[in-house]
Design a protein around this ligand. Structure first.
Ligand SMILES: [Zn+2]
Length: 563
């Protein structure tokens, strides 16, 4: 995997203070002293994947990690190396990611009872992940210590202290997740606080109070956080909440108000049961309502939210606050009339601040701005208001109406912009394709066959190929046809393929959206195709992928990341 093209931002100095609330607008900090008082800790790749219907392949995880880093998240929890080999593999691959800002964290538990920490294989795997940060969870609730772990309070505290200290002596930044902290505190404040003290004695960098069962109320969170600061003033605390009472976001905000310096959560709130604290809500609340700057480009929020939905192959939640399709949609006649006169009469923030748009008065300008920005990044200057810009915008709108989504298919968007500018030259022309599927009665694996006919310049090429499935066969046949003309195409491979049936809210019939990820060993790019026919949708995505590769190759442009 390569690096996205973002320049490394000037380092933001993270100063952990007792008070997480920055005076914000009332007392802006001088620009020479940037400060971030709340850190974002994303656990989409670990706690998020505990959620039903939220599965990520290794490639998905790497793509999301890159996107989170580009967005400005401070910590990315990649997985639990002790729980499955897939996560060990992820950390090996993740070493190749050149993250500009975020630190990777490996997640695990304290050592086992009655075992020396150096002998515990699960702890050893945490070190072998070679991440700068290790997050471990320990038991805070006496009920869990005696009934689940079946050990004593003293041994539980030693397990926490030893493990934190061991990781610290190996040079790790250590985040201590106090599991069931609020329930534990309510059962026995002394017991719960003693476990936190053990982590602080071991040298934990931050103590994260977890509402694991999601049943705590904001007023309780605030009160208990204050008690923690009083009992353990030397170590900063963070918050990890679950949404069982639909209070995960409110609880995280309550903790920040009480002085919390780290918020843990997931994009779109994915996670076990009813989900984790939704970072796509917490982030704009911190930044827009509380004046705590946590990310440099909040306008990328909606795009990030859609990206994670698309990559995980989940439908977007239309009513999601801030980022949902209907978050700023107005229907009621009186409301429409009022927002047309004065947007803020029925909108709590300016939708563009989070990259969203008001519906009814669809802001052409903001849509156009996103595309102009993309073109500028590609070095294809599109002038605002120019006929080219207008035609790109119109094309994008039409395609979106047909069911296209470009959030995880930057490659297709790039190609579309190129096609509307003078830099595009058609590398080949498709004349026809045909696929067939052969099933054998003798137990032989089924075979799929594809034929394609393409024209390159004046020459016609007619090829046939077999594959494991329709898409594989089509991809092979097309490459075979193009290889004599473009030998460089051998570098491209198909890395991922996803199919989604679109709900058709703004399309007339049910359609299929196919998302393809291709790579050339140095970078990856996503392309998309939509059609009522799955084979045609796949074909469109594959053709876009090879076309884009050839455009860049011809222009001697680096194959930059366009996921
Ligand atoms: Zn959790």
């Amino acid at each position: 995997m390569t690096v996205h093209g973002r320049p490394r931002r000037t380092a933001r100095r993270v100063r952990i203070t007792g008070c997480g609330i920055r005076p914000g607008l009332l007392n802006p900090r001088p620009p020479e002293e940037p400060m971030k008082s709340v850190q974002l800790y994303d656990t989409t790749l670990r706690d998020g994947t505990q959620g039903e219907g939220f599965q990520l392949s290794m490639l998905d995880k790497l793509r999301i990690a890159q996107r989170l880093d580009a967005f400005g998240v401070d910590y990315i929890e990649g997985g639990w190396p002790g729980s499955n080999p897939k996560d060990i593999e992820f950390f090996q691959e993740a070493k190749k990611l050149d993250l500009a800002h975020a630190k990777l964290a490996a997640f695990g538990s304290t050592r086992r009872a009655g075992m020396a920490v150096g002998d515990d294989p699960q702890v050893r795997l945490l070190l072998e992940a070679e991440t700068p940060v290790v997050t471990i969870f320990g038991k805070s609730w006496d009920l869990h210590v005696t009934e689940v772990l079946r050990t004593t309070a003293g041994e539980n505290q030693a397990m926490i202290r030893d493990t934190v200290r061991h990781l610290k002596t190996h040079g790790r930044e250590v985040v201590y997740d106090a599991e069931h902290f609020f329930d534990g505190y309510k059962a026995s404040p002394e017991h719960a606080l003693a476990t936190l003290k053990a982590a602080a004695e071991g040298g934990a960098d931050v103590l994260v109070l977890c509402d694991t069962n999601g049943g705590t109320l904001p007023s309780e969170v605030m009160q208990i956080c204050r008690a923690v600061t009083e009992a353990i003033p030397g170590t900063p605390f963070g918050i990890h909440t679950h949404n069982d009472c639909e209070l995960a976001v409110a609880n995280a905000i309550a903790a920040v108000k009480a002085g919390g310096v780290q918020v843990q959560g997931t994009i779109n709130g994915y996670g076990e049961r009813t989900g984790n604290c939704n970072l796509t809500s917490v982030i704009p609340i911190l930044q827009l309502k509380m004046g705590i700057e946590v990310v440099p480009e909040l306008e990328q929020l909606k795009s990030l939210s859609y990206f994670v939905d698309d990559v995980s192959n989940n439908p977007h939640f239309a009513r999601a606050p801030f980022v949902g399709r209907t978050a700023f949609a107005h229907k009621g006649g009186m409301h429409v009339n009022a927002v047309q006169k004065l947007a803020r009469s029925y909108e709590h923030i300016e939708p563009g601040a989070v990259g969203n748009t008001q519906q009814i008065l669809v802001s052409e300008l903001s849509g156009q701005m996103n595309i102009l920005l993309k073109a500028e990044k590609l070095g294809l200057g599109l002038e605002k208001g120019s006929p080219e810009a207008k035609s790109v915008l119109a094309r994008v709108k039409d395609l979106e109406h047909e069911g296209y989504s470009f959030e995880a298919a930057g490659g297709s968007l790039e190609l579309l912009i190129r096609k509307e500018t003078a830099s595009y030259e058609k590398p080949f022309e498709l004349k026809e394709f045909h696929t067939s599927y052969r099933l054998y009665r003798d137990g032989h694996d089924p075979v799929c066959e594809a034929t394609v006919k393409v024209h390159v310049g004046d020459e016609a090429e007619y090829t046939v190929a077999e594959g494991r499935g329709v898409v594989n066969a089509l991809d092979k046949a097309l490459r075979k046809a193009l290889k004599p003309f473009y030998p460089e195409i051998a570098e491209v491979s198909l890395l991922d393929y996803k199919v989604r049936i679109i709900d058709g809210h703004d399309a007339t019939a049910a359609k299929t959206r196919v998302l393809v990820v291709s790579g050339d060993g140095k970078s990856t790019w996503g392309t998309v195709g939509v059609s009522e026919n799955i084979i045609e949708a796949s074909w469109i995505a594959i053709v876009d992928s090879l076309d884009l590769f050839l455009q860049r190759h011809r222009a001697k442009l680096p194959q930059t990341e366009t996921v």
